[in-house]
Design a protein around this ligand. Structure first.
Ligand code: GLN
Length: 234
């Protein structure tokens, strides 16, 4: 049986801080080791999001200006994205993308940019301050440690049904207050980690691929253990 996955690079032309695009290269590389063909395409402004066409959505980080434009456009995609998420579609959302999946993001000027509320978090503004630097977190369910780099002024607070991607061991994470970093909801992985987070933390990439494969091929015979064993450690 030939396995294939199709990735939507949501606003990939606008949201790509620190090379978040590299996450798609990592997914492609690991998918190939698993014998899975992975294709991707950008869906951006004024283009509909077709929830039946995609298995994975990658939504990168970005600056306030780009977020203000996307905040308006994404309302047109709100229903389809929410349905995709509720139907266990896989998503990797980083920083600005993470913020816009929640209820709102208050930018550095104090403007409240609506998100789509597909996830129950919200993001407020810090007072003339940004969290910048290395972060180390531990996922308390799997014991996996993840390493990343954060650069954000927004402070995010998790809501119903969301659990953190990890507990902050070093750095600031979601808000610098409750030791949470990122969010997991169904098959959605959100984080403030920039750059190709999946290259540094290939366990997350494998979870995303496995979840997407299991959803698309419920009769498939790729066991979780087999899939996790695939591919070199970066
Ligand atoms: N503009 C947002 C913030 O400052 C997101 C930043 C980002 O994606 N790096 O919080």
């Amino acid at each position: 049986m030939e396995y294939s996955l199709n990735v939507c690079h949501l606003y990939g032309d606008l949201m790509n801080t620190y090379g978040d695009l590299g996450n798609i290269l990592v997914l492609k590389y690991l998918a190939k080791q698993m014998g899975v063909k992975l294709t991707s395409e950008v869906v951006s402004l004024n283009q509909p999001f077709d929830k039946d066409k995609f298995d994975i959505v990658v939504f990168g980080g970005g600056q306030d200006f780009e977020q203000s434009i996307i905040s308006k456009d994404i309302q047109e995609k709100k229903q389809a994205l929410t349905d995709f998420i509720e139907d266990n579609g896989s998503v990797v959302a980083i920083c600005g993308g993470y913020q816009l999946l929640g209820h709102y993001y208050v930018d550095a000027n104090g403007d409240k940019l609506p998100g789509i509320g597909a996830l129950d978090h919200y993001t407020n503004k810090q007072k003339d301050h940004r969290f910048i630097g290395n972060v180390i977190i531990e996922n308390e369910e799997t014991g996996e440690k993840y390493h990343g780099f954060e650069n954000h002024q927004g402070i995010t607070f998790l809501g119903k049904g969301e659990r953190p991607l990890g507990k902050v061991l070093e750095g600031h994470g979601n808000n610098g207050q409750d030791q949470t970093e990122g969010a997991i909801y169904k098959n959605v992985y959100c984080t403030y980690f920039h750059g190709p987070i999946l290259a540094r933390n290939n366990q997350i990439a494998k979870h995303v691929l496995i979840n997407a494969l299991k959803r698309k091929y419920p009769e498939g015979n790729l066991s979780k253990e087999e899939a996790l064993a695939v591919g070199p450690t970066f």
